[in-house]
Design a protein around this ligand. Structure first.
Ligand code: ADP
Length: 261
């Protein structure tokens, strides 16, 4: 609480009392803290791959480049860290774009399943990870889906982030996307038979940079921003997202996206 005191004085300048105004600044402080935490997190996330790239380049220049096997190993690490930086910057730009301009744009594509089109864009990425792990991907997209207040690009991003997570955090079994039309919204269910998420941390997974297992996410190429981007996309068009998960059994994310008509 922040307070401000204004004395009440008589015409002769004698004190008659005071007006004390109390301001509840809890939300303001929380926002300030979120902003400084975010900047600290971004700096840390950018610095880690940069430090690694710098170290390996210096080692190569110091003579490691003369050994072909060492040189190739170090160059592969530099390449992986560069890709990581690129993904991070792309995710940060997507977040900034969604937050800055809003994302409500109506799409009316008659006789064309735009959900199918959005899925086609990302299908090769999902299929290649799934095939490498022997995971079965079931995507069931009805043809005549109602229009939504979302651009095809953002819809692709939403499908990509949730399906990529599903295949990333699943060792074997199935990953699915089921779509159903309800009177006021479209219901998208993303499920997997993966590792699951501990119940006590479920509410935190939509926070920026929050990961259940940092090392594992990093190893899988995650930035820790995927779900916060999804939440922004969904809530930006007035939708909702919820998650159910059981450790060792699997996870289901359910998105309700409001229909344009
Ligand atoms: P990341 O880039 O680490 O995947 P996300 O924001 O997409 O970041 O997800 C945050 C965290 O939530 C992940 O690090 C992971 O621990 C957990 N998570 C997300 N989706 C799943 C899933 N389908 N199954 C299990 N854990 C998941």
């Amino acid at each position: 609480v922040q307070s401000k005191i204004n004395p009440i004085l008589t015409e002769q300048g004698q004190s008659r009392g005071a007006v004390i105004v109390f301001h509840d600044v809890t939300d303001l402080r929380r926002l300030e803290k979120m902003r400084t935490d975010f900047v600290a997190n971004v700096s840390h996330e950018l610095r880690t791959p940069l430090t690694s790239i710098k170290g390996f380049v210096e080692t190569l220049l110091d003579g490691a480049a003369d050994d072909p096997s060492l040189r190739d190993r170090f160059l592969k690490i530099i390449q992986a860290e560069t890709l990581r930086l690129q993904r991070l910057i792309e995710d940060l730009l997507t977040l900034a774009h969604i937050e800055g301009q809003g994302n409500r744009s109506e799409v009316r594509l008659s006789n064309v399943s735009y959900v199918q089109q959005a899925y086609n864009k990302i299908k090769p990425v999902i299929q290649s990870v799934a095939q490498a792990k022997g995971i079965q991907v079931e995507v069931d997209l009805p043809d005549n889906l109602p229009p939504l207040f979302i651009s095809e690009d953002l819809l692709s991003q939403l499908l990509l982030n949730l399906l990529e997570n599903a295949v990333k955090y699943t060792a074997s079994g199935r990953v699915w996307l089921h779509v159903q039309t309800a009177p006021n919204h479209l219901c998208l269910e993303f499920g997997d038979t993966g590792c699951g998420i501990p119940e006590d941390i479920l509410p935190r997974i939509f926070e920026r940079f929050y990961r259940v297992d940092r090392a594992r996410s990093r190893e899988q190429g995650g930035t820790g921003l995927g779900l916060s981007i999804v939440k922004h996309i969904v809530e930006g068009i007035g939708g909702t997202i919820s998650v159910n998960s059981e450790l060792g059994v699997g996870t289901v994310f359910t998105c309700h996206l409001p229909r344009a008509i």
